[in-house]
Every structure is written in structure tokens, then in C-alpha cells.
Design a protein around this ligand. Structure first.
Ligand SMILES: [Zn+2]
Length: 417
């Protein structure tokens, strides 16, 4: 792939994440609704003796970092991590092929999903470093880009980034716009054609650049990408010691200890994110997020070694706004995917693709956080209630129109650093 990044204009406009207006009612809900300690401990019990403990540890840490990314940092993507084996990709000891293969008999689209997925796993086993897979709108007005990328520090692992984009059901124009940016020579007219033809290649030599290229292709702005990367690095630097402690608590089944650590880590992550978003003291045009972490030593010590300082965070009651980080991630996956949920889905023959889609069902009763309309259980059963952001379908549409114009056609990334 060359640096002819984004030279051609997009065929359609993309939405860009926007926050609701300050006066819109924001419902606060308990952190337990989005991150269940019990669920994490259950996962550990299920995989005991099936996968190595170091892998279990990795899944537990991933769940925490994913949660911090989506719910505190408003990072506009979610990830799932697989292990590469000679027979394909595994999640927590389960081979993914089975779920795709089982679904393949359900229809043309599912058959195309299986064929496309099989190409991806074969390509990755053969040593290719990335695969980009476009899944046009299937059950509602959005499609997904699934981006597989070999882990930077451990080639045994593959990270899948799940990116959701708006696209009217029954059309593939937005999907083609994304394909034009990913692989300009490919052009398809049906969902099945996109699914049959994942783009499997080594991509850019620099894995970070590769990821930026893909995020940008789905319409995420340079500013959001930079902010997300800086946030993730800051979280790892400032909180990894506490996340280790938390992981130990989960592995030993210490529910109380794990809950306190989770609350403290989340409160600290919120503060780190808020710090990142403070107006720049040097004025507009000088927003370099990384400046804010140029001298992190004190903070690292505080968060990791100062028990009284951290204890203040751990004792806070933790509430989450409305549907969590939905304003930022609503284009993407919805609620975070816990290792336990993913494993259960795969074990029951649900492909990751279908799992991602079902996360965006409008099946939650309650009050819309914008128009305050009430939705009943019956409406929820008919998938005519609230989505994962606690917004009704109409409000989500309006919400989209408030969005900024995308910036992805501006200059190429500045990746010289
Ligand atoms: Zn509404």
C-alpha cells in the first residue's frame, strides 16, 4: 500500500460523533449495568484448565481496558483479541470457524460471511498482517468494518477492531465509499460481494499508521484518533499497576476487592480523560494532547503507589451517563464486549458479526434521554424501543444530523514523529 491516502473524494458524507446539547437530560446509571464483576469471575471459572492462565489474564485485562476506552475515554472503536492457531483464530479456546460455518446454511449472506471469514483466517495463518472486511447494512441502517491486525508486540495474537458506520438498509454506497479509501480498485454492488472479498494484505509497515488509515477510512477525524491514542497510552502508563491488582483479584475470585479496584480505576480514568479535554492553555491551534502527559512520573506514582490517593477514587460511587459513552461510540459497537459474552456467543453458534449487530438492537424499555418518550416492554420485544445509547430511533437520526462535517479529507496524517 502506498501513501496515496484519501486522494479521492468520498461518495457520501459521513457522520462524526457529537455530544448531546448541554440541556438534554442525561440519565445516570450504575457502573454495574455496564461492567459486571460477576461476569468476569464467571469467565475465569469457565476457561480454567482450557487456556493458559496468562491468556486468561490477558482477556481480563482487555475487558478492563476496553471498558475504560469506551466508557471513560470515549474511544470510537472496540476490539476483540484472538489467538492464531494452525487451524484458525481462537477466542478463549474456541475456534471461530464453527460459528461462521454453522450459520452458513442460513442464507446467501451467511454463506458469503463464512467464505469471507475463511479467506481472512487462511490469510492471517499464512502470515499476512491485516484483513479489512466490509459488512454493509444488514438488519438496520448501519454497516460494520471489521479490521483484523496482527498484534504489534506479539504476532501470535490478532486484534479485531469493530467499527460501525451509518448506511441506509438495502444500499451499499457508503460501504463502497469506505472501500474506495481502503482499496481503490475494488468495486462491488451487493452485500455478498463485499463479504466475499475481504482486503487481505500486509498494510503499512508501521502498525499504528495502518490502524490510523483504517479508522480514518470510516470517517473518524484525525483529532479523535489522536486523542484516543494518547488517552490509551496515558491509561496504560498511569493505571497499569492498578489493573494488574484488579486482574489478580478477579483471578482469585475476590469480588469485593475487584469491585473497589474497578471503581477506583474507572474514576481515575474519567479524570485522565477530562484532563485530556481541558481547553489548551496555549490557545486554539495548539492542542497537542501528548503535551499533557509529558511529565507523568508524579502521576504514575500517585495512581500506582499512593494508597491514600487511590483510595479516594476507589471509595467514590461510580455512575455512568445515560448509555455510557454512546455519544462517542454510538457509530461503533455499542456496549463493550466482555470476554464472557463473546465466548458464550461463539459457543452457541453466533458469529462475531451477528454479535456486533445484536448489540445495536432497539430492545430496551425506558425513557429516551432526548425526547423523554416512554417505551414499554412490549415495544422492546418488537425491537421498537431504545437502542444501546438510551435513544429512540428518531432521536438517533436527529442526533446524527447535528454532527460535524468529517475532516478525513484534510491533509494526510502527520506521522513523522
Ligand atoms: Zn427520543
Amino acid at each position: 500500500m502506498t501513501a496515496t491516502l484519501l486522494e479521492r473524494p468520498p461518495t457520501t458524507s459521513f457522520e462524526h460523533a457529537a455530544l448531546p446539547s448541554p440541556e438534554s437530560p442525561v440519565k445516570l446509571t450504575s457502573i454495574d449495568d455496564y461492567f459486571s464483576i460477576e461476569n468476569e469471575i464467571d469467565f475465569v471459572d469457565k476457561v480454567k484448565g482450557i487456556i493458559p492462565e496468562q491468556d486468561t489474564r490477558r482477556y481480563i485485562e482487555d475487558d478492563m481496558y476496553k471498558f475504560l476506552g469506551e466508557f471513560a475515554g470515549k474511544v470510537p472503536y472496540t476490539t476483540i483479541r484472538y489467538k492464531k492457531t494452525p487451524s484458525g483464530l481462537d477466542f478463549a479456546g474456541l475456534n471461530l470457524s464453527d460459528s461462521y460455518q454453522r450459520a452458513a446454511t442460513n442464507g446467501d449472506r451467511e454463506h458469503a460471511e463464512w467464505v469471507g471469514y475463511d479467506k481472512i483466517q487462511q490469510g492471517l495463518i499464512a502470515g499476512k498482517k491485516t484483513a479489512k472486511w466490509i459488512s454493509p447494512a444488514k438488519i438496520a441502517d448501519y454497516g460494520f468494518l471489521f479490521h483484523f491486525q496482527q498484534d504489534e508486540s506479539d504476532p501470535e495474537w490478532i486484534n479485531e477492531y469493530i467499527l460501525r458506520y451509518d448506511e441506509p438498509l438495502g444500499t451499499t454506497d457508503i460501504s463502497q465509499g469506505i472501500m474506495d479509501r481502503l482499496s481503490p480498485d475494488e468495486s462491488y454492488n451487493t452485500a455478498e460481494q463485499f463479504l466475499y472479498n475481504p482486503v487481505i494484505e500486509d498494510g503499512f509497515d508501521d502498525p499504528k499508521r495502518e490502524l490510523m488509515f483504517v479508522l480514518k477510512a470510516t470517517g473518524i477525524s484525525d483529532a479523535d484518533i489522536e486523542r484516543s491514542f494518547v488517552y490509551e497510552a496515558a491509561i496504560k502508563q498511569l493505571l497499569s499497576g492498578r489493573v494488574d491488582e484488579y486482574t489478580n483479584a478477579i483471578l482469585s475470585g475476590d469480588e469485593v476487592g475487584a469491585t473497589q479496584l474497578r471503581n477506583g480505576i474507572f474514576a481515575a480514568a474519567l479524570e485522565i480523560a477530562a484532563n485530556l479535554d481541558k481547553p489548551d492553555p496555549n490557545g486554539p491551534g495548539h492542542t497537542v494532547h501528548s503535551d499533557r502527559f509529558s511529565q507523568p512520573k508524579d502521576s504514575v506514582n500517585k495512581f500506582n503507589n499512593d494508597h491514600i490517593f487511590f483510595g479516594n477514587y476507589a471509595s467514590q460511587e461510580v455512575k455512568i451517563e445515560g448509555g455510557g459513552s454512546c455519544p462517542a461510540i454510538r457509530k461503533n459497537s455499542g456496549n463493550p464486549f466482555s470476554a464472557n459474552d463473546i465466548r458464550t456467543a461463539i459457543a452457541t453458534g453466533t458469529s462475531i458479526e451477528n454479535l456486533a449487530e445484536s448489540k445495536w438492537d432497539y430492545d430496551k424499555p425506558g425513557t429516551c434521554r432526548i425526547c423523554e418518550q416512554e417505551f414499554s416492554d412490549t415495544q422492546a420485544q418488537h425491537n421498537d424501543a431504545l437502542g444501546p445509547c438510551a435513544l429512540c430511533k428518531d432521536c438517533e437520526k436527529q442526533f446524527n444530523q447535528l454532527d460535524d462535517t468529517p475532516t478525513f479529507l484534510q491533509d494526510d496524517f502527520d506521522l513523522a514523529a
